[in-house]
Design a protein around this ligand. Structure first.
Ligand SMILES: Cc1cc2nc3c(=O)[nH]c(=O)nc-3n(C[C@H](O)[C@H](O)[C@H](O)COP(=O)(O)O)c2cc1C
Length: 378
């Protein structure tokens, strides 16, 4: 581990030398990232989250990425019906850890940018430079209605998010008493102290899937998370996509790292892993929740032929609701993760059906294999 320093470079490296960063995704939401009815599904209770963060840190994992979610998706389990708010969640975890980076996920249209900038600074001081920010422009209309906030059309969502992050960054900077006159935001005499920890600023990420979302990430972020199934295509195709994204950022005079997401089921044998995947993800899928999520993306039995809908929902569940399933024995999982590293992917945020039960085995077996591949420090 590198000594905690005050350089932006070390912050972006999450203060360690691991070439392939590995984090945990969605632990602040009930059921995590698995729309399953199995009784051992993730609780997302605070004691479980705290235990998990300490366990992850001790095992050498690099970060925790929560999901900004405000309302459950329904179904038998009310998938994501219980969620801990991400910035306060990060504050609690950072106060109780020493090394791991913890993100907060914010929906830009729901937070006043100056209050948000100050919250991030506060959390960043608690974590001594280990807070990261995931900006979401917004997509889930049902959630926005709950706040009385009208969702803008897609391009305007990102135009607003641009002003929002510009205002946050200016509040973090050295200017005093500045005015901000945007199309959406009009702020006067802005003064905000202290500044983020150590003279740097939090690592910023975004995970837009559209061209507009990607362009926003290229302009503003240090890390761009892709949820596409690049892993399912060849190593060469993944490497090419990473190279393209980095080249586009360089054309803007910026550096960006590419991350992805996945769901891990790792067991001593391939058969055990595949059996559990079938049991938890397919046979015990919470189809009501899956339908609720698809409906929010305007994918319904009414919007397309029934056979096509049935296939879409099968694929959505089988692909762990948008995160490639890494299912297998430790050799298999390490090989697949290793391919991501070889393709130039900087890191991955992974989920488990029950994080506390499954993370120890994953860390004990897969991390040393990745170290042998040269992708992780021992
Ligand atoms: C790794 C990852 C994390 C995300 N986190 C959230 C989140 O916490 N809350 C949310 O509402 N959307 C989240 N999203 C959705 C994206 O921010 C984005 O809105 C979505 O991919 C649609 O893309 P677009 O904004 O380009 O239309 C996430 C997506 C990914 C891949």
């Amino acid at each position: 581990m590198l000594a905690r320093s005050h350089s932006m470079r070390d912050r972006l490296a999450m203060y360690n030398a691991n070439a392939l960063k590995i984090g945990l995704f969605g632990a602040n939401c009930s059921s995590g990232r698995s729309a399953t009815r199995v009784p051992e599904r993730w609780s997302a209770s605070w004691p479980d989250c705290l235990k998990l963060a300490r366990m992850a840190e001790d095992a050498g994992l690099d970060f925790m990425l929560p999901i900004g979610r405000w309302k459950g998706y329904g179904g038998e389990t009310d998938f994501h019906g219980e969620t801990l708010e991400t910035v306060t969640w990060a504050a609690g975890l950072l106060a109780n850890t020493k090394r791991i980076t913890v993100f907060g996920t914010v929906h830009a249209p729901l937070f006043n940018p100056i209050i948000a900038a100050k919250e991030f600074v506060t959390v960043d001081h608690i974590g001594e430079g280990r807070f990261g920010l995931n900006i979401v422009a917004g997509w889930n209309e049902g959630e926005f209605d709950m706040f009385g906030v009208t969702q803008r059309e897609h391009e305007a969502r990102y135009a607003f998010a641009q002003e929002w992050i510009d205002a946050v960054k200016r509040a973090w900077g050295e200017e005093n008493d500045f005015d901000f006159a945007g199309e959406f935001l009009k702020l006067h005499g802005v003064r905000a102290h202290p500044k983020p920890y150590g003279g740097t600023r939090p690592l910023i990420m975004n995970a837009g899937s559209t061209a507009t979302g990607q362009a926003f990430a290229l302009r503003n972020c240090d890390a761009f998370f892709t949820a596409n199934s690049a892993q399912k295509t060849s190593l060469e195709a993944s490497a090419q996509r990473v190279a393209e994204i980095k080249a586009q950022a360089r054309a803007l005079g910026r550096e960006i790292e590419v991350y992805t997401v996945g769901q891990v089921i790792c067991r001593p044998t391939q058969k055990e892993a595949e059996d559990y995947y079938r049991h938890a993800i397919i046979e015990n899928a919470d189809w009501g929740a899956v339908d609720g999520m698809l409906a929010l993306k305007h994918i319904t039995p009414q919007s397309m032929p029934l056979y096509e809908y049935v296939k879409r929902r099968q694929d959505f569940a089988a692909n762990a609701i948008g995160g490639y399933p890494f299912t297998g024995d430790p050799d298999h999982v390490a090989e697949e993760l290793g391919n991501l590293g070889r393709a130039g992917i900087r890191g991955i945020a992974v989920s488990f059906v029950n994080f506390l039960d499954e993370v120890p085995y994953f860390c004990a077996e897969v991390l040393p294999r990745l170290a042998r591949l040269g992708l992780r420090a021992t």
